[in-house]
Design a protein around this ligand. Structure first.
Ligand SMILES: *Cc1c(COP(=O)(O)O)cnc(C)c1O
Length: 238
């Protein structure tokens, strides 16, 4: 008989196996790559089942949705990342409630996160979102503007720049997927090599359900997996 949440446990096992193989193939250890369970539109009972099964960090897209679900989540010891587009007027609601904001895509937003963090006496870990595929409909900075942005935001006292995040275009072939992730990795290593104060470059967040294996093969340290873990989303995220 199927027990409730068996699907999540089985999916998790499969994802971890794929992740471990890809990590080893890229010359790293399985524990060098972190899994973020993406929980947008997923109800709290299923999120809790994933946490119980060993998922150590979750990613939510929308501030409002996270605030609504938060009290029902068993988050003891688990990390929470904000991964969706963040408006500056929502910043003060989320700072202090998440461990990392992955989707910082402008100096203005970085400043807002820093200001809110300083005000509440903390430093917030952030990633800068890069629009690697230069897609009009997507947020993220273009790679040629990244250095200038980092020079500016690294001086903000309320944030720590931990790395880069990207949502690449949807591509069909393994070769195409790997090529774009490889571009991101080069950018990441380039910036890391410059060793700027307050720009750590320890986290490279890339890869989702359809391409996390390729992302790890090309150097991702964090993959954001939703539907492969929880099943198809019942309703589209707003
Ligand atoms: C929804 C989402 C994911 C996960 O997508 P899946 O294809 O369901 O794994 C990852 N990152 C971001 C930014 C997302 O919005």
């Amino acid at each position: 008989m199927e027990r409730p949440y068996d699907d999540i446990r089985e999916n998790l096992k499969r994802i971890r196996e794929t992740m471990a193989q890809a990590a080893l193939a890229s010359g790293r250890l399985p524990e060098d790559v972190q899994l973020l369970g993406v929980t947008k539109t997923v109800p709290p009972d299923r999120i809790n089942a994933a946490l119980e099964a060993g998922v150590t960090a979750i990613g939510e897209n929308r501030v409002q949705e996270f605030l609504e679900k938060r009290d029902a989540l068993h988050l003891e010891g688990a990390g929470v990342h904000l991964i969706g587009h963040l408006q500056t007027n929502k910043v003060s609601k989320i700072v202090g409630l998440v461990d990392m904001i992955e989707s910082v895509d402008s100096v203005r937003l970085a400043k807002a996160v820093s200001d809110a963090s300083v005000k509440s006496g903390r430093v917030t870990d952030i990633l800068v979102e890069v629009n690697i595929g230069r897609e009009e409909a997507k947020s993220g900075v273009f790679s040629e503007n990244l250095e200038e942005m980092l020079e500016e935001i690294r001086l903000f006292p309320g944030i720590r720049v931990c790395g880069l995040m990207t949502v690449p275009p949807i591509l069909e072939t393994e070769k195409e997927k790997r090529a774009i992730f490889s571009q991101m990795y080069k950018l990441f290593i380039d910036i890391k090599g410059k060793n700027r104060d307050n720009v750590l470059m320890n986290v490279l967040s890339m890869g989702m359900s359809g391409d996390y294996r390729e992302a790890i093969l090309e150097g991702a340290t964090l993959v954001r997996v939703g539907s492969a873990l929880f099943g198809r989303r019942a309703y589209p995220p707003r």
